[in-house]
Design a protein around this ligand. Structure first.
Ligand code: TRP
Length: 395
């Protein structure tokens, strides 16, 4: 029984002429010639399905390996174009994408336009949102020579993967995804078929380009797990086509709170958009709610407003919250807000300058997107051909 050993998983070519992957720690029990019964296969699924800690460990291992072997990795991640990118996106993920790109990882970024209609009934402003998302990406350092930027709706072969992939998941598995449930509740919208199945659509996003790392927060882990399961099941049924991607957890990324201390989100009105002018930035910071205590201290629990301002300033100025708080001391929230405004505007100045230059070039953004979509289509068509072949659907 020949096998090859990857980082954490072994791939076994078993008696029934299928490939199986399973956690490496099971290897000692599988020596010799074994036949995988259906029961064993079930057990392997269970054992290889990750607990959070296992995901975290693998994520850490990949982070270390990325420094040595960036060429082994293909990153796929993206955003839904529902509004402008803000500082939360920047510190949470955009910075990391740029770093991975510049390390030599193969990088792809999807603007998930079909995901917009998972929980809303209109595509109003979508064109403008997509355009501005491209501008934000480029201004932040995503280089279209290195990173493919593309949209769902322009890549038919990506979307076609949805059909075979949907056959690989059960209704119960779809309904069990805690992130989908939470998002549906937060949206106040009915659970549409697309919202229920969007993790499968994300699997299409990741797997069409054989992405094997997905930078993400913990809330995305259930989706990654579904993607891994889909890849595994496809490979087991039809022969090896897809890698099993790993979430690259952004545990270490600083979390920048919104101006009120809650999660930064456009819908809370607490977000500083990258595209704001310096004046708009000053205005939203000025309006943010602090408290009546004059002396400035960093205390997230009891002083969410003041502390959110301190964290914002700290990240932009490259200092610690406590340092800034001590410096301002009795200056009160007026002085603090002035400090934060200057720190943010100074930090964002080069990004905003690049934004303006990019937006001013006629046809430039459209060209980047056309080129990204063209390249993504090439990859998607090739993968779909492999899928047709594996499924014996070549006519
Ligand atoms: N769901 C992600 C968001 O909420 C966007 C997204 C779409 C994505 N497809 C993806 C992220 C694939 C990672 C991998 O912004």
């Amino acid at each position: 029984m020949p096998f090859s050993v990857g980082d954490e998983r072994a791939i076994v070519y078993a008696e029934d002429k299928q490939w199986y992957t399973f956690p490496i720690h099971l290897m000692p029990f599988m020596r010799g010639s074994i036949t995988l019964t259906n029961q064993t296969k079930e057990a392997l699924f269970v054992m290889s399905s990750n607990s959070f800690e296992a995901s975290q460990k693998r994520s850490e291992a990949i982070r270390a390996d990325l420094e040595v072997n960036p060429g082994k990795y293909t990153m796929l991640t993206g955003d839904r174009p529902t509004g402008r990118l803000h500082l939360g996106h920047y510190f949470g993920t955009i910075k990391e994408r740029v770093a991975l790109q510049n390390k030599g990882v193969t990088t792809r970024v999807i603007i998930a336009d079909y995901q917009v209609i998972t929980d809303r009934d209109t595509t109003e402003n979508i064109q403008d949102n997509v355009r501005n998302m491209v501008i934000d990406y480029l201004a932040c350092g995503i280089d279209p020579e290195k990173t493919i930027i593309f949209t769902h709706s322009a890549i038919p072969a990506l979307n076609q993967l949805m059909l075979p992939f949907l056959s690989l998941v059960s209704e119960a598995e779809l309904l069990r995804n805690p992130t989908v449930k939470a998002e549906q509740e937060a949206s106040g919208h009915a659970l549409t078929g697309l919202l229920l199945t969007y993790p499968v659509h994300q699997a299409c996003d990741i797997l069409f380009c054989k992405g094997n790392i997905v930078p993400c927060g913990k809330d995305q882990l259930p989706h990654i797990e579904q993607t891994r399961q889909i890849a595994r099941r496809f490979n087991e049924r039809y022969g090896y086509v897809f890698p099993e991607p790993e979430g690259l957890l952004n545990d270490d990324a600083p979390e920048i709170p919104g101006l009120d201390g809650r999660k930064m989100s456009k819908s809370y009105g607490n977000a500083i958009s990258l595209s704001f002018t310096a004046e708009e930035t000053a205005k939203i910071i000025k309006k943010s709610k602090t408290d009546s205590e004059r002396f400035i201290t960093f205390d997230k629990e009891n002083r969410p407003g003041v502390s959110a301002l301190l964290t914002t300033a700290a990240l932009c100025a490259g200092r610690t919250e406590v340092e800034i708080a001590e410096e301002i001391g009795n200056g009160g929230s007026g002085t603090l807000k002035k400090y934060v405004t200057e720190a943010v505007n100074e930090y964002l100045a080069p990004i905003r300058e690049r934004r303006e230059a990019i937006a001013a070039k006629p046809g430039y953004v459209e060209e980047i997107l056309h080129e990204g979509n063209r390249k993504a289509n090439e990859i998607a068509n090739k993968t779909l051909d492999e899928v047709r072949e594996a499924m014996h659907m070549v006519y």
